[in-house]
Design a protein around this ligand. Structure first.
Ligand code: 4AD
Ligand code: MG
Length: 477
């Protein structure tokens, strides 16, 4: 008797053998056909029972959602829709599922409904496919970097520094919030807090990753990051996973080359290793697109989009060129943008990014050399004195998927910049030390993992590509 997985059985190598399989009932038809799924693949295996062999009570308990174990012979199926099936000789109900109460019935459920049942939604084809792809993508991330001489570093989750300077951080404290210790001028006295100072959940591991790149050469992080921004969009989470490579001796061009190569590798990896799941998700998206008005429909299917991204170079465009394109664009002239493009130096909104990617260039775009005053303090200042060596990778349907830069490696320039922005030098003394001792050209970027999962699975809402999404007003489970 071989205890195995549905995925293995469907390879057909155990034909005519007695096998045992555990799983959850998806459907039970005609008191005879059980579709059994165990999460190993999108496919369920058909298990056929002779109802004469089973008592009424057992048959009644074979409900959608029940956990069962079946033993039987793997045979070629004569029925339509599957190549193999199990002729059941033994069946055990491991866990009941009351059909009146079980929310995940074998019918189409809305994504909103499934979000409310996030603890059970993994038992649907859509979510199991998305989460298997997510798992494979995360393996591909490690594989890419490990195969290319990068070292994995774990940067702190609790931190005293605000890498992005955006101030959108979650406080970490164990002070009594009802009765906190106060300083003489009435402010909360954080010297009495657990760490003796104010601490937060990290928004990015970049600054700490830089210290490791200055000794290990090429490093990457892959961990959770937290942002308390009140963005209720289909692309923002308050807790998301970020991948941040950081490389000594890389300039911005090297950084852009790496970002493209890395993204293409991970997409190619899932195209090769998640074929069944992607075929299902491709169909799902095509179905969903049909319900949209014609002008909103994508010109490409999911699989076409993924293949397009791995086969084509990302278009590299400076902020200034992009600004000109946007200023002269039809939607800008017809005042269709919510944020009109008039003056050089404005930050680009997602409507502008999507226009560039989806309407103008029709391919992934890397924008670089942004105005200094809309980007973080650590980015390297260009000779013009007004732009910095920043880069954002913009993707169709997603907008910004990567944000990165060549770092300011010159001590005096960095100090000047920090002074202008009122950033405490004492607080970041360790960061300045990197510029004092063996400084060098270096670069890195951050890729929002969920946005990559969104792109590869074609899911419209970022809440549907992470097991338990955290968003404003929601931290269920
Ligand atoms: O552009 P960001 O803010 O860059 C940084 O944090 C840099 N320190 C990275 C670096 O250079 N090492 O964030 C990087 C990426 C974005 O491009 C986006 O894909 C994702 O992180 N991201 C989010 N994803 C989901 N929800 C949010 N609220 C996100 N904010 C950023
Ligand atoms: Mg960014």
């Amino acid at each position: 008797m071989i205890k195995t997985s549905v995925a293995t059985l469907l390879e057909g190598t155990n034909l005519q053998q007695t096998v045992t399989i555990n799983g959850w009932v998806r459907t039970f038809r005609s008191n005879r056909f059980i579709a059994l799924n165990d999460g190993s693949t999108i496919h369920s295996i058909q298990c056929v029972l002779a109802f004469e062999d089973f008592d009424e009570v057992t048959l009644k308990r074979i409900n959608t959602g029940a956990a069962i174990a079946v033993t039987g012979t793997l045979v070629e199926s004569l029925g339509k829709g599957q190549r193999f099936e199990i002729q059941i000789s033994e069946l055990t109900i491991l866990g009941n599922s009351n059909p009146e109460e079980y929310p995940i019935q074998p019918k189409r459920h809305s994504l909103e409904f499934l979000r409310e049942n996030a603890h059970l939604r993994i038992r649907t084809n859509t979510f199991s496919a998305v989460m298997r792809v997510r798992s494979k993508l995360s393996f591909a991330v490690h594989k890419y970097f490990q195969d290319n001489g990068f070292h994995y570093v774990n940067t702190p989750i609790i931190t005293g520094s605000d890498a992005e300077g955006a101030g959108e951080m979650f406080k970490v404290t164990n002070l009594d919030t009802k009765n906190p210790p106060l300083t003489t001028d009435g402010k909360i006295d954080y010297t009495k807090d657990f760490f003796g100072k104010e601490t937060n959940l990290t928004v990015s591991g970049q600054l700490e990753a830089e210290t490791y790149a200055m000794g290990l050469g090429k490093v990457y992080t892959f961990g959770p990051t937290f942002r308390a921004e009140n963005s209720n969009t289909t692309r923002h989470l308050a807790e998301f996973w970020m991948i941040e490579p950081e490389m000594a001796f890389f300039d911005l061009d090297d950084n852009m080359d790496l970002a493209q190569d890395f993204i293409q590798y991970t997409v190619r990896y899932v195209l090769e290793n998640c074929q069944d799941d992607l075929a299902f998700l491709d169909q799902r998206l095509t179905q969903e697109e049909k319900s949209k008005p014609a002008i909103e429909r994508s010109e490409m299917t999911l699989l076409e989009k993924l293949n397009f991204v791995i086969d084509n170079n990302f278009k590299r465009v400076s902020y200034t060129e992009a600004f000109d394109i946007l200023r002269n664009s039809k939607p800008n002239k017809k005042k269709k943008f919510k944020f009109p493009i008039n003056e050089w130096g404005v930050d680009l909104q997602s409507e502008h990014e999507r226009f560039l990617v989806e309407k103008h260039f029709k391919c992934p775009v890397i924008l670089f050399d942004y105005p200094a005053n809309i980007k973080a303090f650590y980015m390297r200042l260009n000779k013009d004195g007004k732009t910095v060596r920043a880069m954002d990778v913009l993707f169709p349907g997603i907008g910004e998927i990567v944000g990165g830069a060549q770092r300011e490696e010159r001590l005096d320039v960095l100090i000047q910049k920090m002074k202008a922005l009122n950033i405490d030098e004492e607080e970041l003394k360790w960061y300045l030390d990197l510029r004092k001792f063996g400084t060098c050209v270096h670069s890195g970027f951050g890729l929002g993992f969920e946005r990559l999962v969104q792109f590869t699975t074609g899911m419209g809402n970022i809440r549907d590509v992470i097991p338990f999404p955290r968003t404003p007003q929601n931290a269920a489970f």
